[in-house]
Design a protein. Sequence first.
Length: 387
Amino acid sequence: MAATEIATNIETEGAMEDVLLVGQTPPPVNGQTTMIEELLRGRYQGIRLHHVRMTFSRNIEEVGNFQLRKVLVLFSTLVEIIRARLKSQASILYFPPAGPTLVPVIRDIVLLVGTRWMFRFTVFHFHAAGLTEIYSRLPRFLRPLYNLAYRNADLAIFTAKSSSVAGSELGAKSISIVPNGIPEPPEFDRGDEDRIPCILFMGILCEGKGLFTLIEACALLKRDKIPFRVVCAGTYGFETKYEDVDVQLKAHGLDGHFSFPGILSGDRKWQAFRDADIFCFPSHYFAESSPVVLIEAMSSELPIVTTDWRGIPDIVGGSGGAFLVEPKRPELVAGKLAQLLYDRDLRTVMGKKNRLWFAENGTIEKHRERIEAALLGLHGLERQPQF
């Protein structure tokens, strides 16, 4: 069931703006849940966060799918939001909208139509892209409710400029671009440079995140007799199963080149970044926005091969440490991987450029500062009647 948490992330006493944050923290582990958790861990000068935790999905396999249990969680979450609003007297509702998937959109409609009216300001933080793309596919009777839930927010926060057009389409009164950020990773030594180069993929193990594209690209590397090994960290999801991947690997004779350690966190996750030489993320995922894992790779001084898709270029496009290729083009991925596998100096130069980008743009401290500034800026907007 939903859990209400009154945050203690207060730096100083005095006038504070109370914010009710409704969102899921891990588990499951993905970019959105991780960023919400990191936001709640922050200490702020001008805002005080209160948290109603969503508990709709217990693992990646449940994300976006209907379950009877979720109906019970939906109504308990609605009650918890109302209770937290009355207890905290929060004037700001901070809510991460769904992507272009029907079940999460219906969930949002129930929660937002039921509670938006209680708050002076509504803030949407779009961690997932593509919400407006579902409107034309909705049943006609849902469209007025969609408009009531999502339109005319006081502030829309986007992780990438390329996806912010949705804010205008939904009539948001103000739009802020706040890139994701992560804590400083542990210091590390890249280790033995004479080993077989390692390509790291980390994320949901599914077709949309580019796993099959990577497999096909590696088949081309193997054909050209280029030494490499691949580590794919994460859990299977979105209708992709271990058996599907295993069939592909065996068909291309790649069994011995790939390893699958599962979900990695903490020291094990950072060890995987230390042990890698290249990060490859050829995503064409339908709700991709600004993958946190790319920032993690940049903080770890890894050169990146990824796709020119949704918000990805906003993260890596200006760093000088990434190759961007068209989605679903394994031959292009293979070409860039081969270039990096052959040239250790190029890997080093691109990795250092990524690390510099992270230091200037990708820290969690910068992310929290920008979120707080955006929320405090709401006072410049026309206020709505307060409950």
